[in-house]
Design a protein around this ligand. Structure first.
Ligand SMILES: [Zn+2]
Length: 249
């Protein structure tokens, strides 16, 4: 039953993250006005705004004008609920679970915004760095030294890449790297970045080979960072062991 409650709260949180993903890049208030259809401007009634369910009942179209509702909405809601459930099964009812919800939700927002706009907003990552530090001071899951070294290392790696590549990566990636360090500590943050590079490299290679993107096309790195960060949070200690032992040797 607990899992069902966590999933339902996750769906509602996902619905809010959709608002974050749409409004943060436009610097609009998250609280007002209420959501409206981008096609006809009609305010969305509460019964048409139930996560996932309304999308299915409306067959993915605005009730007023029939404009297609982006697939991103139910996808973000479902992904949030799924990650919240995985976090609950991993951490149980504990302070670490609460910290995990904050971190995972931030990663979902980062993914949605980077896919749509190729930016990772400071308004998520800078408070995120502080939140990670405060959370670790409170829960002692990661020592404060580990977290501080993590911030320097997570941000520093990207700073080196930015300088060496002449802008191949953005400052947003750098601040997200620092946020990983704050939440995960330096060892797990390194593993998270390593997973992100593996995933991003693999997907970019597949997209290039299949002709879906050209060599010069930007492929946003934020979603891969987010995937690496989530893996680090959920399975970090195991992954550090696996990495240290030379990839499962
Ligand atoms: Zn409409």
């Amino acid at each position: 039953m607990d899992v069902v409650a966590v999933a339902l709260f996750g769906l509602v949180a996902g619905s809010f993250l959709n608002v974050v993903i749409v409004r943060v890049p436009e610097r609009r208030s998250l609280w007002s006005p209420p959501s409206s259809c981008p096609g006809c401007g009609v305010a969305i009634r509460w019964r048409d705004n139930v996560p996932v369910l309304s999308f299915l009942l409306l067959r993915g179209r605005c009730r007023a004008c029939g404009m297609a509702i982006a697939w991103r909405y139910p996808a973000v809601e479902t992904a949030t609920a799924a990650l919240w459930v995985v976090a609950y099964l991993t951490f149980g009812p504990s302070p670490d679970f609460g910290v995990a919800l904050v971190f995972l939700s931030a990663l979902i927002a980062v993914t949605g915004i980077d896919l749509a706009h190729q930016i990772i907003p400071d308004v998520i990552t800078l408070p995120g760095i502080v939140a990670g530090l405060v959370a670790n001071v409170a829960t002692r899951r990661v020592s404060i030294v580990d977290a501080l070294v993590g911030i320097a290392m997570g941000g520093g790696i990207f700073l080196v890449i930015i300088v060496a590549s002449g802008g191949g990566m953005g400052g947003g990636d750098m601040k997200l790297g620092a946020m990983f360090g704050a939440f995960l500590g330096w060892k797990v943050a390194l593993v998270a970045l390593f997973i992100a590079v593996l995933l991003g490299g693999t997907v970019a290679a597949v997209l290039l080979v299949t002709g879906r993107v050209r060599r010069k096309d930007p492929v946003p790195f934020g979603p891969f960072l987010a995937a690496g960060g989530a893996a680090g949070l959920l399975w970090g200690e195991n992954l550090v062991g696996w990495y240290a032992s030379g990839f499962g040797g």
